[in-house]
Design a protein around this ligand. Sequence first.
Ligand SMILES: Cc1cc2nc3c(=O)[nH]c(=O)nc-3n(C[C@H](O)[C@H](O)[C@H](O)COP(=O)(O)OP(=O)(O)OC[C@H]3O[C@@H](n4cnc5c(N)ncnc54)[C@H](O)[C@@H]3O)c2cc1C
Length: 549
Amino acid sequence: MTLMHFETHEVLNQSPPFEDVDLYAVDRPLQDAMAANGAAGEAAGLSAFGKNFGSADMLEQARLANENGPRLKSFDLKGFRRDIVEFHPAYHRFMRESIAAGVHASTWRADGGRAPAPAEVARAARLYMASQVEAGHCCPVTMTRAAVAPLAVEPALRDRLMPKIVARTYDPSFRPVHEKSAITLGMGMTEKQGGTDVRANTTRAVPDGEGYLITGHKWFFSAPMCDAFLVLAQAPGGLTCFLMPRFRPDGSVNALRLQRLKDKLGNRSNASSEVEFTQAFAWRVGEEGRGVRTIIEMVQITRLDCALGSAGLMRMALAQAVHHSRYRTVFQRKLADQPMMRTVQADLALDMEAAVALVMRLCRSFDRAESDPAEVARARLLTPAVKYWVCKTAPAFIYEALECLGGNGYVEEGPLARLYREAPLNAIWEGSGNVMCLDVLRALARERDAAMAVLNGLVREAQDLPGTAEAAAFLVTAFSRRDAEGAARHAVERLAQLAAAAALAESAPAIAPTFARARLAQPRGSTYGTAALEAAETARLLDRALPVG
Ligand SMILES: Cc1cc2nc3c(=O)[nH]c(=O)nc-3n(C[C@H](O)[C@H](O)[C@H](O)COP(=O)(O)OP(=O)(O)OC[C@H]3O[C@@H](n4cnc5c(N)ncnc54)[C@H](O)[C@@H]3O)c2cc1C
């Protein structure tokens, strides 16, 4: 029981912890996005997941997993190489729960094909809720599901691995793949001299028997206790994609030498290593020289997850802020009733509405990709734009939510500090901000007609909203400029906001006009709380952000 009476004072005016909540049931924008994108029938399962991840127990496990980060064990007592990473049991708990719920693979069938809609949208809601509570373990969960896509070019290898990938059990044991019933996958592209420019990779691959021997390094190699990794290396025919297992086919430990673990700003429950490969065994995935082409299949899916992850971080920050201000009194009035605090939180809630509507609409494009070329084009143009805008929005958003809790927001015991330190990461990996904008320009240059059809579609979907026509005109001019690259950030941000308005028009029509007016027609000042919102709009946004009581 909590002791309220001290010798010197009583504890008053502190908000109760935000715990033992159903993360799905308290998230109206998420429910609306599920309904709009074909996943209304998933409510019961999502609610069960939301209750589990929103429990006091899981929130405590998240603290433990991050305060007791992974440790590298390079050698054993007698000096033999081990190259393993030990995790706190709390980290394993998250892996177990997320894998049991299929967050790592439910978008795939056991034969490697895409699971039918709304698999993508329903799984996205689970990743979004898991990220709210513990973002670190979402890294291997995301990589496992994304790594399946490039394996399509090697059906025999894929068929061998798929049953172990889609299994709903978590097996963290350090054993060869053929001895395990469930596996996870990671990936390594970034080297010391460059992560964006992977064609500059210096790691070499030499054919050897049924595979290749790989020599070189990776500078960022996350979740190194995964069972196998997609890596890029220079084969005789050029940059090539490989799958490198932690054990060789003969059962001996493969030559992945973990040099050290990164000491990171955030994402502390997850291990990110530096690794050297000393003639490590790997299978080729795709033709020699087609490494980028092959691995890009994984990259696009991972970028989608980055946006989902950042939206999840934002959601937890907003929920904590709104919850706290409903209990905290300052100057005889609850913070939740102070006009300026209401504007700040409503302004935050507006971007939250947009982010969740936008990412879930994008997931619908992935759900429909196999049968609808228009959705393929939509996913191609908007995935980098959505990753750019949502991931870039998260740090400033979480900072402002943190400030709503005053000093309590800044201390490590609370969840806001962890969310804040996690916030910049999704923008960096799998293509940093500028790289996302360049990718939008690339889509426009290479598939101009398809991209323009997507743009016209967005304008149609948002046609009745304020600022749509101006945003469309701006985009056409900006993307046609000779110096489009230098000005691309502004254009990509507007593209994402236009897509958000279009998504909201479908999933939250009561919010769409407010978003369009406050973001497209009259962009706000440089901080949250500067949007011109009517009292009724503010009330609607805050009611939807978190139910009272
Ligand atoms: C915690 C963490 C875990 C990671 N885990 C992994 C992992 O498991 N596997 C893996 O392969 N990688 C991983 N990464 C690496 C990550 O993907 C790279 O850091 C990222 O892709 C950027 O590459 P870089 O660090 O080499 O930066 P650079 O490529 O040097 O880029 C630096 C900056 O320049 C910008 N830039 C690049 N090109 C241009 C251009 N043409 N015009 C304008 N600006 C440009 C970029 O946007 C970026 O802001 C991880 C990174 C972190 C932080």
